[in-house]
Write a protein that binds this ligand. Structure first.
Ligand SMILES: [Zn+2]
Length: 480
């Protein structure tokens, strides 16, 4: 169940966690949900000296690498902090108990190891965010099926996410490397606890991965991190012995000197500054886009109009520049949907291209996505409009649907239609004869589309055949 609260992160790695500046007050609502408040709100209400003190402390904080240096007086009050630490201790003990009972060779890693090595407690940042990290050497334990079973049978935890779920479907074959992170929630304290898998590709280093945000622009839509080879260490932490990664892991992950400085950065900020992230394989590699595409000697860009496209037919390929610009607009839209956890689905030509060739159709001129009507809200549209603008794109209202254009002057666009529920099917009002049975649409699957993995209906072929005719899947191939 997703809980929508402005104080809770709604998507991404930290989904379900508290945003900076929010805290659990220790009481619950009538429906049993823990009540969340803004620290500022609380201080404002009290309107006491403490608030003034915090405010002046805030000014003293030094910005470094996008992170804030934490001064102890800026953290929530002592008893709240202490109760959080106690809860986190419990979550850690429960996690390690689960590992130990099942002979799973774990180690503390990332923020939790940073706390154990450096602070001898949880880091201020993790206390704020209620986050615990562990890792497993993939060669020491790789039975994901069994691990899922173990978690399922442990009443203390719920498995909330397996990364990347994107690859574990019919589109790509299952590989061991495809499971790189598991996210668990501690049922009692609602804290997050992540298990990362570390890989060894025999090149002298170890590697691990994270997902979302900037990672969507890298190879396989994930961030890859290089770590010097190391051995697990034992560490005494809260009077108990734990296995942990060594300091070399922290140096590689957070920076040779930077790891020593307590500061709280968001996952999204760390993506930008991470010293050991491998950034060389970008998604928009022009050479990989359909060879049929034309090359315009004067490629269009965000400051020009789009290239002419009047001869729209199977023989007339689009320009590479246009396809690239469309894909970059699509990238923005997909990141937005991902960030806010908004389910969408490819429709029309985009769906056909994805299912038939995993590619943009070489003579197509736009990209078509459908949005389920419950997510097609003025609130969401307003947010999208704002973010589109700050990314150089333009929102265009088209009545019963809307578009995100590449720019104000370049009208290449992603169309976003409303999937309206009527009885047991969806319709798109602006497209004649569109009728998609819910049972053919849900649950959504992932399918490759150029460098993206996009949502497609469960029974895409049936939907395409009703939109384009029985032969649509083979038609293009026959004509070649
Ligand atoms: Zn162009």
């Amino acid at each position: 169940m997703v809980r929508k609260h402005q104080g809770i992160i709604q998507s991404g790695k930290n989904k379900g966690k508290l945003k900076k500046g929010y805290y659990y007050i220790g009481k619950t609502t009538s429906t049993g949900l823990p009540i969340i408040k803004n620290i500022q709100e609380k201080s404002n209400k009290k309107n006491n000296k403490k608030f003034v003190k915090n405010k002046s402390d805030k000014k003293k904080k030094i910005k470094q690498n996008g992170g804030e240096i934490i001064s102890p007086s800026s953290s929530p009050d002592y008893s709240l902090r202490q109760s959080k630490i106690n809860k986190m201790k419990q979550v850690l003990e429960d996690a390690v108990d689960m590992f130990t009972k099942n002979n799973i060779p774990y180690m503390l890693s990332h923020g939790t190891a940073l706390g154990a090595h450096r602070d001898k407690t949880f880091t201020e940042c993790d206390i704020k965010q209620g986050d615990l990290d562990t890792s497993i050497f993939s060669w020491e334990y790789s039975d994901i099926k069994k691990l899922k079973e173990i978690i399922k049978n442990d009443s203390r935890f719920t498995l909330s996410k397996i990364y990347p779920f994107k690859y574990n479907d019919i589109i790509l074959p299952f590989t061991l490397e495809s499971i790189t992170e598991l996210s668990l929630i501690h049922n009692e304290h609602k804290y997050n606890f992540d298990i990362f898998f570390i890989y060894d590709f025999n090149d002298g280093y170890y590697y691990n991965y994270t997902f979302h945000g900037l990672c969507d622009t890298f190879k396989d839509n994930r961030c890859k991190y290089k770590i010097r080879k190391f051995e697990k260490e034992k560490i005494s932490f809260f009077d108990k012995e734990y296995y942990t990664v060594p300091i070399s892991f922290l140096e590689d992950t957070y920076g040779k000197e930077d790891w020593k400085i307590p500061k709280c950065t968001t996952y999204w900020d760390r993506l930008k500054t991470s010293p050991n992230m491998i950034r060389d394989v970008m998604r928009y590699n022009i050479n990989d886009i359909d060879q049929k595409l034309k090359i315009n000697p004067n490629p269009c860009n965000c400051n020009t109009a789009r290239c002419d496209y009047r001869n729209y037919n199977i023989k007339n390929a689009s320009n590479k520049c246009c396809v690239n610009n469309l894909l970059s607009t699509l990238g923005f839209v997909l990141n937005f949907f991902d960030k806010y956890n908004i389910p969408y689905c490819a429709v029309r030509g985009t769906l056909l291209g994805s299912i038939r060739n995993q590619k943009f159709i070489h003579f197509d001129t736009d990209i078509d996505l459908g949005l389920f009507e419950e997510h097609y809200t003025s609130d969401m549209i307003e947010k999208l409009q704002k973010e589109a603008m700050s990314n150089g794109h333009q929102y265009q209202n088209r009545g019963s649907f809307f578009s995100i254009a590449f720019s104000r002057t370049n009208n290449l666009h992603v169309d976003i239609y409303k999937l309206k529920k009527v009885e047991n099917y969806y319709i798109i009002e602006s497209i004649k004869n569109s009728k998609y049975y819910i049972s053919d649409v849900l649950p959504l699957k992932k399918s490759k589309f150029e460098y993206f993995y996009i949502n497609v209906p469960n029974n895409s072929i049936k939907i395409l055949e009703s939109d384009y005719g029985k032969d649509c899947i083979n038609y293009f191939e026959n004509k070649k």
